[in-house]
Design a protein around this ligand. Structure first.
Ligand SMILES: *Cc1c(COP(=O)(O)O)cnc(C)c1O
Length: 432
């Protein structure tokens, strides 16, 4: 694979951009090597500046439920461009998207658009604190909620639930407002609610944790969590930035039947443009300015191009309702991948949910054979994944450049693409 041009651009970029990239995982630190600089993409294919073409299973980290450059989204966006691309006023496009969302998702009574998942989380936490008059937020170790300070925390070394900063620049004081509980440990969750319940404004959770691998939780996890929160008078925030409109139209709330008080969206709802949203109970959303005293604003919020792209994406998803087709495809793919692992004598389990899947390499040492929290990921997983990543990249297949990120299937992925992944993985594993 020739990549002189990517290498040249990376060298130039490193001089003026931290680490050469605008979001850390893009730098390939997790897998080694030089990141490919992509110049265009269509359908399931990326093309880099050296003219290499890749079958894409990263799909911009989740927004592209319809694949790259879906023709309907493209046409809608082209139309929108001719109307102007930012007004800074009230406009009808976000209203149409907000109505589509609220009319089809009963627990989403009111919604506010922002520009990213991070912003959505930040605002939802502020609303929760205002509405409850409490300051602490409970999160789970292994869930990611964007880069707002209070969520960049990890379990501390002392009292299990006390958090410490997980990024330089996050103050210990901010971290101390966050309680961190392990995934897959209802006993500890219960204990933390007993100790701190009356101080907890909200518990925030990725209802399917999908940012440290795909950490499938047992079915009682969400119901028990919601029951404990309710008893303590704490709100439940579902961070559905990945799962919203992806695992089902109504996200994991629909699938699990557990109704959150507040919910955050991102990724799919912008169809690849920068959009986030938070919403939920009307009485909570009425705290938001100018209806209420919780300040939150945005120069480019509800940008008409981004709203149009999101609307075209969601309308197509709703019309075609291809959730079960995608789920069946992922199931078949996962079985195939596990088979080629077996054939090559390399332990491989493919954890999956709807159109998300995560290849776990190495021996999983849990009783039920699943990785349910980050500490259960086999030690050898990262090293094997890195080698697999580069072997596939050389053969024109692009997985997420990190062993702890999930893969995404889109409507554009056909059986031939899935077969190609299985075959290529088979020969890569045989050579390991
Ligand atoms: C991606 C993601 C975020 C952050 O969204 P950005 O748009 O990257 O700021 C937050 N929560 C979850 C669950 C995510 O997957």
């Amino acid at each position: 694979m020739k990549n002189q041009l990517s290498e040249g651009l990376f060298e130039r970029s490193k001089k003026i951009v931290p680490g050469g990239v605008h979001s850390p995982v893009r730098a390939f630190r997790g897998v080694g090597g030089t990141p490919v600089f992509v110049q265009s993409a269509r359908g399931v294919e990326l093309q880099d500046v050296d003219s290499n073409r890749y079958l894409d299973f990263c799909m911009s980290w989740g927004p592209l439920m319809l694949g790259h450059q879906d023709p309907e989204v493209l046409e809608a966006v082209q139309g929108a461009l001719h109307r102007g691309w930012s007004f800074g006023t009230a406009e009808p496009y976000s209203l149409e998207l907000a109505e589509l969302m609220t009319q089809t998702i009963p627990w989403l009574q009111k919604v506010r658009f922002v520009n990213s998942g991070t912003e959505a989380v930040m605002a939802a936490l502020r609303v929760a604190r205002a509405a409850t008059g409490r300051s602490k937020i409970l999160k789970f170790d292994g869930c990611y909620h964007g880069h707002v300070d209070s969520m960049l925390v990890k379990a501390g070394s002392g009292l299990a639930e006390m958090a410490s900063p997980d990024s330089a620049g996050v103050s210990a004081q901010v971290a101390s407002e966050t309680l961190v509980v392990p995934l897959n440990d209802l006993a500890q969750l219960k204990q933390v609610f007993e100790l701190h319940g009356s101080e907890i404004a909200a518990v925030i959770v990725e209802p399917i944790p999908a940012n440290n691998g795909l950490l499938l939780q047992k079915s009682e996890f969400l119901t028990e969590m919601a029951a404990l929160a309710k008893k303590a008078g704490s709100l439940v925030i579902f961070d559905e930035v990945i799962t919203g409109f992806r695992v089902a139209w109504g996200g994991m709330a629909e699938k699990s039947g557990v109704i959150p008080d507040l919910v955050t969206y991102g990724k799919v709802i912008g169809g690849g443009f920068p959009v986030g949203a938070y919403g939920g109970r009307a009485d909570l959303m009425n705290w938001v300015a100018p209806a209420g005293p919780v300040y939150q604003a945005g120069t480019l919020s509800a940008n008409p191009i981004a709203m149009t792209a999101g609307l075209a994406t969601l309308k197509k998803i709703r019309r075609e309702n291809f959730y079960s087709t995608l789920e069946m495809k992922v199931d078949a793919l996962a079985n195939e991948l596990e088979k080629v692992g077996q054939k090559a004598g390399i332990a491989l389990k493919v954890q999956r949910a709807a159109s998300l899947f995560w290849c776990v390499f190495g021996n999983i040492k849990t009783n039920d054979g699943f990785v349910r929290h980050p500490g259960q990921t086999p030690e050898e997983h990262k090293a094997i994944y890195s080698r697999v990543f580069h072997a596939l990249l050389n053969q024109g297949i692009y997985l997420a450049p990190s062993a702890f990120e999930v893969s995404f299937l889109s409507r554009a992925h056909q059986d031939e693409h899935l077969n190609r992944l299985a075959e290529t993985l088979g020969s890569a594993l045989a050579k390991l």
